[in-house]
Design a protein around this ligand. Structure first.
Ligand SMILES: *[C@@H]1O[C@H](CO)[C@@H](O)[C@H](O)[C@H]1NC(C)=O
Ligand SMILES: *[C@@H]1O[C@H](CO)[C@@H](O)[C@H](O)[C@H]1NC(C)=O
Ligand SMILES: *[C@@H]1O[C@H](CO)[C@@H](O)[C@H](O)[C@H]1NC(C)=O
Length: 191
């Protein structure tokens, strides 16, 4: 009982002890966010973009911050049934924390939430000749994330107009994990 009262009084501290994420939503430090990631959930208000053979159905492997502060992302995508490397350099824009990249139109995106050592959420806006759309991505440092973190992402998507049926769980599909392992092994052999 005493412990319970203490927890109520110190709810923040106790929540932290229980492993609640140390959430950062502003001024996210991309250097701290760099490194290895796995795509866990993927969402869009245009579902076709993230379905099989959709151009935005990409699976992250890593992100680095380059010397000129651009971001370098390594992804895999399934092209003609085969896992294929696809990499992007994304330059900073004038808006704080917002990056841009040309791919299937013009994209701007930012990291919107992270705790650095477990998960990160990105929100992207695509502008193209036909039909603009938005994309949300949830990455984990590990292959899967807690339900708690997934729920945070689902809530974020809903708040930004993406319904739950447009959120894909990539842990149950082919995310090119094998291609990724091969690449890592090759990297070690070359090193
Ligand atoms: C971002 O994180 C890196 C690595 O931890 C650190 O060296 C740098 O000072 C941080 N930048 C800011 C603006 O806090
Ligand atoms: C930053 O460096 C990368 C790699 O050299 C390059 O591809 C990119 O165009 C550069 N971005 C800017 C804005 O200079
Ligand atoms: C995706 O492309 C592959 C290979 O081109 C094809 O076999 C498959 O039917 C396509 N899937 C969908 C859902 O269109």
């Amino acid at each position: 009982m005493k412990l319970l009262l203490l927890c109520l009084g110190l709810s923040l501290a106790c929540a932290h002890v229980e492993g609640k994420p140390n959430v950062v939503k502003h001024n996210i430090n991309m250097t701290k966010a760099a490194g290895v990631w796995y795509s866990v959930l993927l969402a869009s208000d245009d579902r076709e973009q993230i379905e099989e053979n959709g151009s935005m159905r990409v699976f992250v492997q890593s992100m680095e911050v380059l010397d000129n502060f651009s971001l370098y992302f390594e992804f895999h995508t399934i092209k003609d049934g085969k896992c294929t490397d696809i990499n992007f350099v994304c330059d900073k824009t004038e808006e704080n924390g917002v990056y841009s990249v040309k791919y299937d139109g013009y994209n701007t995106f930012k990291a919107v939430e992270t705790n650095y050592d477990e998960y990160i959420m990105f929100h992207l806006q695509n502008v193209n000749d036909e039909h603009n759309f938005q994309l949300m991505e949830l990455y984990g440092r590990d292959k899967d994330l807690s339900q708690d973190i997934k729920d945070r992402f689902v809530r974020y998507c809903r708040q930004h107009g993406v319904p739950e049926e447009n959120i894909l769980d990539l842990t149950t599909v082919d995310r090119c994990l094998e291609a990724r392992d091969e690449k890592e092994t090759q990297g070690e052999e070359e090193a």
